[in-house]
Ligand binder design. Structure first.
Ligand SMILES: NC(=O)c1ccc[n+]([C@@H]2O[C@H](COP(=O)([O-])OP(=O)(O)OC[C@H]3O[C@@H](n4cnc5c(N)ncnc54)[C@H](OP(=O)(O)O)[C@@H]3O)[C@@H](O)[C@H]2O)c1
Length: 279
């Protein structure tokens, strides 16, 4: 089962490759989370998406440390909560918190989970993360839930942002936000990539494509992300659906099919507004 990798083109991380499909782990914790990650690694997943806020870094770390696959073949993303925003010392304490929780020696990708603009610290936090790449505690850094104005403020401070993980599904395509990321050379990660509770088979465009390629509607949507260079992190605790979600590298949607899926966008934004919500 092949997984494509993409370069992260940010400061100091031009060598880092990210497996294009990751396993989402929210909201599972404890043994359920460990079991889900173990099954996913056995099913070919090499990229796992966790966060300090999910309360499952310990459970995810347990699965990674016990995996049959060597650590350097796995890619772990986690996300910083705002308690650890600010100068290099505080951000480093945040990274060390994740290292303690996971029991790992390094994190592959540390994202700022939410910009929390009311704190006025996200630009400084980006600079601290970029500086900390050199310590080897993290291989790359990035952001999550950053709107175009947040990206712009970081870019204006002279930083290249490697990746921004935002909510994108066919109904909430947020093409203007995607374009803003592209304009700054920021790789887009997609969370809730299949719309979480959407019934994808309700949409004829997805149903027809699924029938044409002998794939499921979920696979069509994940292929739609992958083909546009995004890094989706679908979550499934079911072994069969995990395999299904990774099995999207043996067919190609046409430009017309991609455009038809893009046209499902109804203009909606993420469920939570990053100018008001954060942790
Ligand atoms: N950065 C952020 O602020 C942020 C916010 C939210 C989420 N995330 C990340 O994104 C990940 C994924 O997002 P999400 O969990 O909200 O939504 P999602 O991955 O789009 O949807 C998950 C749901 O889809 C079902 N599912 C998965 N594959 C399926 C398939 N092939 N066929 C049918 N159903 C399928 C799962 O059920 P089963 O388990 O039963 O298969 C689960 O109920 C999270 O786990 C988290 O890691 C990040």
């Amino acid at each position: 089962m092949s997984v494509t990798s993409l370069p992260l083109n940010g400061t100091g991380v031009s060598e880092v490759q990210i497996p294009q499909i990751g396993l989402g782990t929210w909201p599972l914790t404890g043994q359920e989370s460990t079991d889900m990650v173990t099954t996913a690694i056995d099913n070919g997943y090499r990229h796992i998406d966790t966060a300090q806020k999910y309360g499952n870094e310990d459970a995810v770390g347990l699965a990674i440390r016990a995996a049959s696959v060597p650590r350097d073949e796995l890619f772990i993303t986690t996300k910083l909560i705002n308690r650890y925003f600010g100068d290099v010392a505080n951000v480093r304490a945040g990274i060390e918190h994740s290292l303690r929780e996971t029991g790992l020696d390094y994190i592959d990708l540390m994202l700022i989970h939410w910009p929390n603009p009311q704190l006025g610290k996200y630009v400084e936090t980006c600079a601290s993360l970029a500086e900390l790449v050199d310590t080897g505690l993290i291989r790359a850094w990035g952001v999550s839930n950053f709107k175009p104005e947040h990206l712009q403020n970081v870019v204006d401070a002279g930083l290249d942002i490697p990746l921004n993980q935002i909510q994108i599904d066919p109904l909430a395509g947020q093409p203007d936000y995607v374009a803003a990321n592209a304009a700054h050379g920021v790789v887009v990660g997609a969370y809730s990539p299949t719309g979480r509770d959407l019934t994808l088979s309700d949409f004829p465009v997805l149903r027809d494509a699924a029938e044409r390629y002998g794939k499921s509607e979920h696979q069509i949507v994940l292929r739609w992300h992958v083909q546009q260079g995004r890094i989706p992190v679908p979550r499934s605790s079911n072994a069969g659906r995990q395999r299904e979600n990774l099995d999207v590298f043996d067919f190609e949607l046409t430009d017309a099919e991609i455009a038809a899926i893009n046209a499902l966008d109804n203009g909606s934004r993420a469920r939570l507004d990053a100018d008001e919500y954060g942790h």
